[in-house]
Design a protein around this ligand. Structure first.
Ligand SMILES: *Cc1c(COP(=O)(O)O)cnc(C)c1O
Length: 390
């Protein structure tokens, strides 16, 4: 008898879901003769604008380009400072550097793992032009507090809502209000176009400017008129991607319901596993239990490394060997060589330093089975018990 019979299927930390209808729609675009930015992009942008309560929306090749163009639309460049969080995908601060501005990192709140808005005021200087918060795992910051700060200090807000498509604040969708709001449609995100992103803007003038920045700075006039008056790039989203987005948008409510149900199960099952393993004293940190605002892009725990004999890599390896994929979102940005060379350090944001070392993303995606949650929780708790310091 083969031993593989007893091996359970591998559960990745996430997996995109494209249904048959989506696949057929992609094939149709490929056969249509128009594959790059065209009618499907226009339709997707119109649907997104409707989704965000009528605000203008423009799409781009990826979330990184979306944020870069948001900074350009806000006129942020050399000499300007942008306040952000050190716990994010490095794209967040890379785009700030990319436009020639300076990222200023403020420590995070240990519970939400988002930028601590109470610490923002102390980081504001005469050069500060904008705040760029990140909604880690889809949990927004306190939006009232964010926009009160922006108003008080006359700052732009560029929301890195890459992970927050479908998230809400007091019943309002993230993106349906506020200043410039940037989303990513990368393969791992709640709504995916394989690669892509969109920016919600304030008015038609900003939307025009964003269109220019995404295509070489170009404006067309009449049949043959063309002009370039700003330096733009090549950041357009194709119709192939846009049609995927249109179909994902239809499935979003079902995806959301499933993610929320799975997240609820995680809380119940992890707590009961810890209890039955008599690990009540273990300081395993769970996410904020928010079932109204968060879109549950990820379910992240913080490991109590000081109570364990092993490091995070070892916990991840043992989970992987038992068929469970995990991820790290994210190591602290200021620990990266580029940022160290630029003079940043991790010590000035001690909470981010600790969380960057010990945060762990467990599998969460709509295609998961209920049983997967139980298996992940019991395997995780078993590993923690085995390596617990006494
Ligand atoms: C995914 C992501 C981005 C970048 O989006 P891409 O589409 O991969 O370029 C930026 N910020 C955060 C927080 C993200 O999760």
């Amino acid at each position: 008898m083969s031993t593989t019979e007893n091996v359970l299927p591998f559960i990745p930390f996430t997996r995109p879901h494209f249904n048959q209808e989506t696949i057929d729609a992609v094939a149709e675009v490929l056969r249509s003769g128009w594959v790059t930015s065209g009618p499907k992009l226009a339709e997707f942008e119109a649907s997104l604008s409707e989704y965000f309560g009528g605000r203008p929306v423009r799409c781009f090749a990826n979330g990184t380009a979306t944020m870069k163009i948001a900074l350009q639309v806000a006129g942020i460049g050399p000499g300007d400072e942008v306040i952000t969080t050190p716990i994010s995908w490095v794209a967040t601060s890379n785009v700030i550097l990319g436009v020639g501005a300076t990222p200023v990192f403020v420590d995070i709140d240990p519970l939400t793992r988002n930028i601590d808005l109470n610490k923002v005021a102390a980081a504001i200087t005469p050069k500060t032009r904008a705040i760029m918060p990140v909604y880690l795992a889809g949990l927004p910051v306190d939006m009232d507090e964010l926009y009160a700060l922006a108003k008080q200090y006359k700052l732009r807000v560029i929301e890195d809502a890459a992970q927050a498509f479908g998230s809400q604040w007091q019943g309002q969708k993230i993106g349906s209000f506020g200043d410039l709001v940037s989303f990513s449609f990368q393969a791992n995100k709640n709504l995916s176009t394989v690669e892509g992103g969109c920016l919600v803007l304030n008015n038609a003038d900003e939307a025009k400017l964003a269109e220019k920045f995404r295509l070489q700075g170009l404006t067309r006039q009449g049949m043959d008129g063309m002009d370039v008056d700003v330096l733009g790039g090549k950041d357009n989203l194709t119709d192939v991607n846009a049609v995927i987005g249109l179909h994902q948008l239809k499935q979003l409510p079902a995806f959301q319901t499933r993610r929320t149900a799975l997240a609820r199960q995680y809380f119940d099952v992890i707590r009961s596993e810890l209890k039955s393993a008599e690990l009540g004293g273990l300081k395993l940190e769970l996410p904020v239990e928010n079932f109204t605002d968060s879109n549950w892009h990820m379910f992240q725990i913080v490991l109590p490394l000081e109570q364990l004999h092993v490091d995070r890599a070892q916990v991840m390896t043992e989970l992987k060997d038992l068929g469970i994929g995990t991820g790290v979102h994210y190591p602290i940005i200021t620990g990266f060589t580029l940022y160290q060379k630029l003079g940043y350090n991790t010590e000035s944001t001690p909470i981010a330093q600790r969380i960057g070392r010990s945060i762990l993303t467990l599998p969460l995606f709509p295609g998961m089975a209920d049983e997967d949650i139980g298996r992940i929780a019991s395997t995780l708790v078993g590993i923690l018990k085995k390596h617990r310091k006494n």
